[in-house]
Design a protein around this ligand. Sequence first.
Ligand SMILES: Cc1cc2nc3c(=O)[nH]c(=O)nc-3n(C[C@H](O)[C@H](O)[C@H](O)COP(=O)(O)OP(=O)(O)OC[C@H]3O[C@@H](n4cnc5c(N)ncnc54)[C@H](O)[C@@H]3O)c2cc1C
Length: 378
Amino acid sequence: MHWQDREAWIWSYGVYTRYPFQGALYGLPPQMLEECLVGAIEARFGPLQEGTAGAAVRDAPHNFEEFIYSVWGADVARHFAIPYNRKLWAVPLNETETSWLGGRVQLPNLEEMIEGALSPAPKPMGPDARFGYPLRGGFQALMDGFLPLLQGELRHHAEVCAVSPRRHTVRLTDGSMYRYERLISTLALPKLVEALGEEAPPEVRAAARGLRHVSVRCVNLGIGREGLTDKHWIYYPEDTVFHRIFVQGNASPHCNPPGGFGLTGEISHSPQKLLPVEGDALIARCIEDCCRVGIIRDDDRIIAAHQLDLPVAYVVYDHARAASVDLIREWLLSHDIILAGRYAEWEYYNSDHAFLAGKRAAEAALTPAAAPVAARIA
Ligand SMILES: Cc1cc2nc3c(=O)[nH]c(=O)nc-3n(C[C@H](O)[C@H](O)[C@H](O)COP(=O)(O)OP(=O)(O)OC[C@H]3O[C@@H](n4cnc5c(N)ncnc54)[C@H](O)[C@@H]3O)c2cc1C
């Protein structure tokens, strides 16, 4: 593994500031900086001046939008948190709740916030302040590491199309059938329920139909210039087509060919936020926006350009999600089906959580009788 201190940055108002925005305001225009600090103080303690509007939302927030205003203050909300999260989530923020936040989004500590406004580059914060990526072989190398430990058959390009809890069988699209005692599923939860067909009770099918997700189109670019940036990922709350660039070329020293550099523009989309254009036009728009924000230059050679759609990329934490997932999971567990991973459990997991989810599911499957309880995710 190649371990590095995270270089996560935000591009807004023509400058880079470190992520998280509220912890590293240094470098922003002074008036904006003052507004953000005052806003955060007011969100915590109430208005500084009688009769001013900057007061906290005093009730417990009912949704993610209210949460942003009440915890970070109106100005961090206005300058970063609202526009960025609207862009990423591609659904109205008041339709979502906050249980996914965990340690993922740092809550402000006023002392750190002031320190981050007065001096440049405070230390990276949060659970991924240091992160690892395989030195060679890309992310796939992590999975390949498990191959020698596998006992039994591993089949590639094997698509599950039907699952029968009654008969304890799985059917693949090529017609082959497998019997199971306990089944661990990594299929996206709505897909799994679809594969159960009429064997799933109507309430389980209805709950699965209500699960919402966001898609992401990844535009991968290979640029003919080395060392475009030393950053690892960059957030774009403003009007670029992408909400984030993952700087693939810096994930490990072996990620780039000599003379080249790779990066990925991530563009979220949903029925409520359609892609502005498709096909080559989307790639062209991405390149144009990369030039506009200065990550590449007009005269840079584009050696490779390719796009990949992740139809189910982010789980939407709307207000119905938790109860629906509980209902479906309980029914599946009572029929010896254990869910494992981000899309199966319908949770906002990062890859480290996904690995642990796999371990928990394997342990649950191997535990006699107690499996349904053991498979519950804390
Ligand atoms: C845009 C984006 C950026 C991300 N960035 C980061 C990051 O920077 N750091 C980080 O830690 N995490 C990141 N993540 C999250 C990370 O990618 C996921 O958490 C992780 O890949 C989830 O692993 P998983 O095993 O749960 O699901 P998956 O990797 O999706 O595995 C599910 C498996 O099930 C198989 N499958 C599905 N349907 C069928 C079927 N019908 N039949 C047979 N097989 C099937 C799939 O082929 C796949 O192999 C990001 C995710 C996205 C979308």
